[in-house]
Write a protein that binds this ligand. Structure first.
Ligand SMILES: O=C(O)CCC(=O)C(=O)O
Length: 356
């Protein structure tokens, strides 16, 4: 699912668009890195579309209003991409802050897996350990005998560790692990090596509040009487310069069945710094549409849109473009400053799927 393709795909329309928006630096001297200027005039901006729709009921060509009677906010469709919905500013600032806190504290907790599992095994309390400046230390021969950690853990937290030239213990600061956190999975756990869900892996249900929110937000994509069943979620964590290469999310659907029988949808919740999302067609050769994704926006992909390449080539972490002023205000109290410090240079995406 992840990764930018091979040399063949280097020349595709999708890859060209990725390169157009990706963060490149003008010069590579470490002293003053300046992001290369990017032409954003062709990036679809649903914030201004919403503004002009609210002001004069006008929509640009190619964008239409979705039938969403249960919603008191407009939901938009793209005429060329049946099954795709964009709900600008769907989450209130308070909701965004709630899901940012959850994504950093509870969602990466075992049995949920993260990208760190492969190297360190399950890691508990990563965010709080980073806040407390702890260090993850290899347990064998390194931690005191009376260490209270569960025996199944290969690594454990230590308050601080003086660097020692003679020590052979592997250790890594929690802050580094937090910066390198790329994904965590909720609900049914995904096995990246087999590119499939492994129902045998221990897992918790998708948290009720997230499940209820996903059901509500997915409603514009469901047929009458149907309800979205959130069974798995992937939380993606992006820092400056990170990107999610063009891919298809084709693991949940049974493509042997006629497309009409597949009602699996995915919903993407955006939190934190603004990003560019590319929505292509069924082939990488199809030119993608670029659009801004801001904190609180929701994207739905159902039906045919599920077969389309998509990706995130750019995150804007600079003050001018990140557009997170309202989050900054809401997270300015003492106990939230740790979340603010993380989110003002990051983006989180919660992406919820029905698997069966
Ligand atoms: O980050 C996003 O908004 C999109 C995430 C995505 O495409 C995915 O996880 O498959």
């Amino acid at each position: 699912m992840y990764g930018v393709g091979d040399t063949e795909s280097e020349r595709t329309a999708f890859r060209k668009a990725e390169k157009q928006y990706k963060l490149y630096y003008q010069n590579n001297t470490k002293k003053k890195k300046q992001p290369r200027a990017v032409d954003l005039t062709h990036v679809l901006d649903f914030k201004s579309i919403l503004k002009s729709y609210n002001a004069n009921a006008q929509l640009p060509s190619g964008v239409s209003l979705a039938a969403a009677p249960q919603f008191d906010i407009p939901v938009f469709n793209l005429d060329k991409h049946p099954g795709f919905c964009f709900i600008p500013q769907a989450l209130s600032v308070a909701e965004q802050c709630h899901w940012i806190r959850e994504s950093l504290t509870n969602f990466p907790q075992p049995p949920n897996r993260t990208n760190h599992n492969a190297v360190y095994g399950p890691i508990h309390d990563l965010f709080i350990s980073a806040k407390e400046k702890k260090v993850l230390v290899e347990k064998q021969n390194c931690l005191p005998d009376n260490d209270p950690l569960p025996t199944d853990l290969a690594y454990g937290w230590e308050s601080s560790r003086e660097p020692s030239a003679t020590s052979t213990c592997k250790s890594i600061p929690a802050s580094t692990l937090l910066r390198k956190l790329r994904w965590s999975t909720l609900g049914l756990q995904f096995d990246w090596s087999k590119r499939n869900y492994n129902v045998g892996l221990p897992h918790n249900k998708i948290p009720d509040l997230l499940s209820q929110l996903a059901k509500k937000m997915a409603a514009p994509s469901m047929s009458f009487g149907e309800e979205f069943q959130p069974e798995a979620a992937i939380v993606n964590y992006f820092g400056a310069g990170d990107m999610l290469g063009g891919h298809l999310d084709d693991m949940e659907a049974d493509w042997s069945k006629p497309i009409v029988s597949i009602r699996v949808i995915m919903s993407f919740f955006s939190l934190g710094c603004k990003a560019i999302f590319l929505l292509g067609g069924k082939s990488r050769e199809d030119e993608p549409v670029a659009m801004f994704l801001r904190s609180g926006d929701i994207v739905l992909m159902a039906g045919e849109a599920r077969e389309c390449f998509h990706g995130v080539p750019r995150i804007f972490t600079d003050k001018e473009n990140a557009e997170i002023t309202s989050l900054e205000q809401q997270l300015s109290n003492e106990e939230d400053l740790c979340y603010l410090e993380y989110i003002n240079r990051s983006r989180i995406n919660i992406n919820i799927r029905q698997v069966f």
